[in-house]
Each structure stands twice: as structure tokens, then as C-alpha cells.
Design a protein around this ligand. Structure first.
Ligand code: ACM
Length: 595
């Protein structure tokens, strides 16, 4: 079987060449978002970005050409080409078509000049070199944080960080801020001072990085280092694509090398719910696998069974691995929208008399649970309680992004609830819903979190001391901070690492928020310069990675690296880094982590 596709302006021109005669073939595929029929085929059905179209009978060896397009978008690069394409014959046989190449990423720009300072990213708060140097092949130290970095070094093939003949590291306790440390590097020994484990850990990370980036020939001097923000995060969408637990462990290692300390684990979305909760076993059992014959069709997956779920032991292992790296894990349950999987398994979460025709940005209908249905609350409260209890960090992200316009307005039960509660709009009911769910989280002794939209509604939104994540830009985060919410900044235009690096048609990635180059990751203000008082509510920075077009774990790394270096710089450094220095340090970082 042969399958080819070229992007021609607004069209995806496809050619399938069968190696045998096929009667009544249906072509099935996913795209970046909702697709349209342009020519040579007839719509059969579609769910979100998944589409099935009827082709005429195929003759062995005779190429057949047809065209698809996108609803209101032009395909920008290879990530927009058919994903997981297959044919279904009229007697139900499934024929997988060859996957299309996933595209290139631009080689990092060659820096115009080598960085002259300490080759460390993020850059330290201060560095005073003595001018001496010392040759080091490893370190000697009896300290748990140093041992944790030694284990990381072993896992990531950096050799022996701790060794009996290594340079001596003396651990001291000092009155420093959380996660801050100082290092005094001399030809005789090194003194690492911090208030507690976090600071010693980051001092040890710095020692590992210097060993690699300076190739064992380390400059002597005094380094002081204090993080700017308490929240330095990275998000991973494990719902659209199931990442093996080993890949998540690798991501945690990468984060630790960059002094990132919050992992936002997004395992629930329209296409799957992937945590093995006991309160709702059918939820993950019926949605962990997608493909032909499954409850959720082959959205982003291809015909063959694809997916998986995380056992509670998998989650505990992720939490323990993270803890050893000074990283806390925040799970997300993602409601009331982006909840097709939940609503399909539990249809009683929707009003049967709802006549609304609202559609999500991703093209889904009926992907929102209804707060006027008692079953919705049974499910949401059980989920919030069980998921929250598994994660000792004590922060539960509830979701609340991208509720389709006019949701619930066709539901008589939701309209009655709106009237009873003195509300008016969809946004008001969303705010009321989030606030009620947040109350459960607080009752459970935890703190709620949500995407920026949770601030909306005439009741003031979610409230309950929630942390909000500003994603459509920085503006909504500033507004939420003014309203008294603590905020994490994750503006798509700068730190959505699933966006393509460039505009090149051969590149790969989303582009709805524009392209995101390494330089873009640092070209923004986390705190508005003319409103420094917002600093008390802006608690940090987070990179985001959505996985719609990711079908293999390895595709993650060239999307994250090097751009995650910009995220880490924004989260850690109090002083700006120039784009030229960032590019230069990204080149040095290649010996620490190969994308
Ligand atoms: C989002 O990107 N929808 C949070």
C-alpha cells in the first residue's frame, strides 16, 4: 500500500495506491483539527479532528487522488497532514496505510559568539571567578541531595558524579531562601551551602552541569543562586498521546537539570482518561485505548489499538522520582469541557433534553458535562477526592479551559439551575461549577488550580484560593492577579512548546498561537514592568506541551529541547538573559541532553 500527501495551499492532496482491488474503501484519519472534504471523496462521519470519507473502489496499482482541507484553517506544516491514516473495506477489514514522515526541526542557530561566562543554564544570580581553574572528574560527598544527582547522572549516561577520588564537596547549612544555594569552588575543595535539601540539590545540579559543560576543567570562584519564582513548571499532555512511564521519568530528569520543580500531569482530556481510579474503573478502561472498534475512535491514533493508562503504582513511582529531584506533581482532571471521554462513558452527566449544538474549538460536540445533573457531581466529587488523595503535593488542577460558547443554553435543567442561582450566562454557570468543585477540593484539605477561564463569571469564578494558569497570553494572568488570584504564567505565544519552531512548511508543530522560536521563549515580561505590585500574586512560569500530533514518545524531545531552556531561564533568573547568550548556552547544553 502506498499513501502520499502534499500540502497545496489550503488543501491536503492525498494519493492512495492499493496493491490489490478494494471494494468500497473508507479512508479514516485524524488531522490537526476538524477537517473538511474538498474533492474526490464523500464524508461518512467525523468526531473532532477524526474523519472518515468514502472513496470509490480502488484498482490494484492505480493511484487514486482526493483532497481534504481544514475548517477555517490552512495547513501550516507536516503536523497538519493525515495522522494514522487507514482504510476500512466494506467487509470491515482494516488496512493501515504507511505513516507520513513527522517532519524536521530547524538546527539550532549557530551562536555568533561563544558565551564567555559560566556555562550554566539557567544562569546563576552572581558569579565571581578567582581566575584559577581546577580539573575535576567527579565529586566526593556524603549527602542525599548529592546522591540523588549522582543517580540522575547515572540514568542519563553522565558517568560517575560521585567517586572516591573526586573533588571534595563540603556541605554547610546556611540561612538562605528556599532552593537557594552558594558554591565556593577552589582548587582544594568545594563548599556547598543551603538552608535545606532543595538548595543542596540545586547546588549539586550546578556541579553536574559544570562538569559536563566545562568538560571537567572548572573555573574557581564564588557562585550565589536564588530562584526568582517558586513555581517553575512543565506540563505534559498524556491524554492525546500515552507516554510510557519511563518517558515521564526522563522528562523529570530533564526538568531537574534545568531546576524546574513542578510537573503538571495532564492525563485527562476529550480523547482519554488515563489514571486507573477505583471510583470510576470504566472511565479509564473504556477510554485508555483508541482505534477501530473502541468507544473513542482512532483520534490521533491510527486503527490499531493505541494507548494505555497509569496504574496507581505508576503514579506513585512518578511522584517518588519527582520528589527525589525536588519536583512536585500536580494532576489535572480537566472538566467541565474537554471531557468527551467522561461524557461518553457516563452519559448521565449530560441533560438528555439539551438541544444545544455548541462545538468545541477542536470540533467536538457533547464534550461538556452538565452541572445540573446529579450524576455529574457524584463523578466530579469522587474523582477530585480520589485523584487528590493520591498526590501528596495537595494541589489539584480541575481544568476549565475552552468551554464552547453557549454551552448549557440548550439544556432545560441547566437553565433552571441558572435561574435558581441568580446567574445569567454560560460563564456564570461555569464559575459557579468551578467554585462548587473547588469547595470539595478545599474540604479535602487541598488547594484547587485551573486554567485562566476559571476566573470568569459574575460570581467571581472559582475562588477558594485557586491558582490560575494564564495560557491565551499574559494579560488574563495579570487580570487574575489584580483580582487576587495567585497565577502561573504559561502564555501560548512564548512557552507552548508544541507550537512549530518556524513557519517552514516542512517543520512540524501547531501554529494557532504563532510559531515559538527559542528567542520567543524569553521575549516577554512575566510581571508587567508598570505594575510591579502584581509580583506578589505571580508565582511562576510553566512550559506546556500538548500531544495531538505526537504518536511516539521520542518526538517529544526535539520539541522541548532547546526551548525548555528559555522556560527555565524565565522561571529561575531574576535578571534577563539575551537571546544570543541563550542560543550559545543551548549549544553547550547539547552535551547534557540530546534532543
Ligand atoms: C489550553 O491550551 N487550552 C489550556
Amino acid at each position: 500500500m502506498k499513501f502520499e500527501c502534499t500540502i497545496n495551499g489550503a488543501r491536503l492532496d492525498c494519493v492512495v495506491t492499493s496493491d490489490r482491488d478494494i471494494t468500497g474503501p473508507v479512508f479514516c484519519t485524524s488531522g490537526m483539527t476538524r477537517m473538511t472534504v474538498v474533492h474526490g471523496c464523500k464524508m461518512v462521519t467525523q468526531t473532532g479532528s477524526y474523519i472518515e470519507v468514502q472513496l470509490p473502489d480502488l484498482k490494484a496499482g492505480a493511484p487514486y487522488a482526493f483532497s481534504l482541507g481544514y475548517d477555517g484553517f490552512e495547513p501550516a506544516n507536516r503536523a497538519w497532514m493525515p495522522l494514522g491514516p487507514y482504510l476500512r473495506t466494506n467487509d470491515g477489514e482494516v488496512i493501515q496505510l504507511p505513516a507520513l514522515p513527522s517532519g524536521f526541526h530547524p538546527a539550532p542557530e549557530t551562536p555568533t559568539k561563544a558565551f564567555s561566562g559560566l556555562k550554566l543554564i539557567p544562569q546563576p544570580t552572581s558569579w565571581s571567578p578567582t581566575g584559577q581553574r581546577v580539573l575535576i572528574n567527579g565529586y566526593t560527598c556524603e549527602n542525599d541531595a548529592m546522591r540523588s544527582v549522582a543517580a540522575l547522572a547515572q540514568r542519563q549516561n553522565h558517568g560517575a558524579f560521585l567517586r572516591p577520588d573526586g573533588h571534595r564537596v563540603i556541605i554547610e547549612t546556611g540561612d538562605l531562601p528556599l532552593d537557594a544555594y552558594t558554591l565556593v569552588i577552589s582548587p582544594d575543595d568545594i563548599t556547598l551551602t543551603a538552608a535545606s535539601t532543595g538548595g543542596w540539590f540545586y547546588g549539586a545540579i550546578t556541579l553536574l552541569m559544570l562538569l559536563r559543560t566545562h568538560d571537567g576543567d572548572i573555573p574557581c570562584g564564588t557562585l550565589t543562586d536564588t530562584p526568582r519564582f517558586t513555581w517553575r513548571g512543565q506540563h505534559l499532555d498524556c491524554a492525546r498521546h500515552f507516554y510510557k512511564p519511563e518517558t515521564i521519568h526522563d522528562l523529570l530528569d530533564l526538568m531537574a537539570l534545568l531546576k524546574l520543580n513542578r510537573f503538571h500531569w495532564h492525563f485527562a482530556d476529550d480523547e482519554a482518561f488515563r489514571l486507573q481510579v477505583e471510583c470510576l474503573p470504566q472511565l479509564w478502561q473504556q477510554t485508555e485505548m483508541r482505534g477501530e472498534g473502541h468507544l473513542i475512535p482512532a483520534i490521533f491514533s491510527g486503527a490499531s489499538d493505541s494507548g494505555g493508562s497509569y496504574s496507581k503504582d505508576d503514579a506513585r513511582a512518578v511522584i517518588a522520582h519527582a520528589k527525589a529531584l525536588n519536583i512536585e506533581v500536580m494532576p489535572e482532571i480537566e472538566v467541565p469541557a474537554h471531557a468527551l471521554a467522561l461524557a461518553k462513558v457516563y452519559p448521565d452527566t449530560r441533560d438528555p433534553d439539551d438541544i444545544g449544538s455548541e462545538r468545541s474549538v477542536q470540533g467536538y460536540t457533547a464534550n461538556v458535562v452538565n452541572p445540573a445533573m446529579p450524576k455529574t457531581w457524584d463523578i466530579l466529587e469522587a474523582l477530585a477526592t480520589e485523584v487528590g488523595a493520591l498526590f501528596p503535593f495537595g494541589l489539584l488542577h480541575l481544568g476549565c479551559d475552552e468551554l464552547p460558547a453557549d454551552t448549557w443554553m440548550g439544556s432545560p435543567l441547566a437553565k433552571a439551575l441558572i435561574a435558581k442561582e441568580g446567574l445569567e450566562t454560560t460563564q456564570d454557570l461555569q464559575g459557579w461549577t468551578m467554585s462548587r468543585l473547588a469547595q470539595t477540593v478545599v474540604k479535602n484539605g487541598q488547594r484547587p488550580a485551573a486554567w485562566e477561564e476559571a476566573a470568569n463569571g459574575k460570581n467571581g469564578g472559582i475562588g477558594h484560593n485557586a491558582i490560575l494558569f494564564s495560557w491565551t497570553g499574559a494579560g488574563p494572568g495579570f487580570a487574575a492577579a489584580r483580582a487576587g488570584y495567585d497565577v502561573v504564567m504559561t502564555p501560548a505565544q512564548h512557552v507552548y512548546l508544541d507550537m512549530a519552531h518556524t513557519n517552514d512548511i516542512d517543520d512540524w508543530g501547531g501554529n494557532w498561537a504563532g510559531t515559538v522560536s527559542l528567542s520567543d521563549t524569553i521575549a516577554w515580561d512575566v510581571i508587567p514592568p508598570d505594575e510591579p505590585e502584581l509580583a506578589k500574586h505571580i508565582i511562576g512560569v510553566q512550559g506546556t506541551f500538548w500531544s495531538e500530533f505526537t504518536t511516539q514518545d521520542v518526538q517529544l524531545w526535539p520539541m522541548l529541547v532547546p526551548r525548555i531552556l528559555g522556560v527555565a531561564s524565565k522561571g529561575w533568573q531574576s535578571h534577563d538573559i539575551t537571546s544570543a547568550d541563550l542560543h550559545s548556552l543551548a549549544t553547550d547544553f547539547a552535551c547534557v541532553w540530546h534532543a
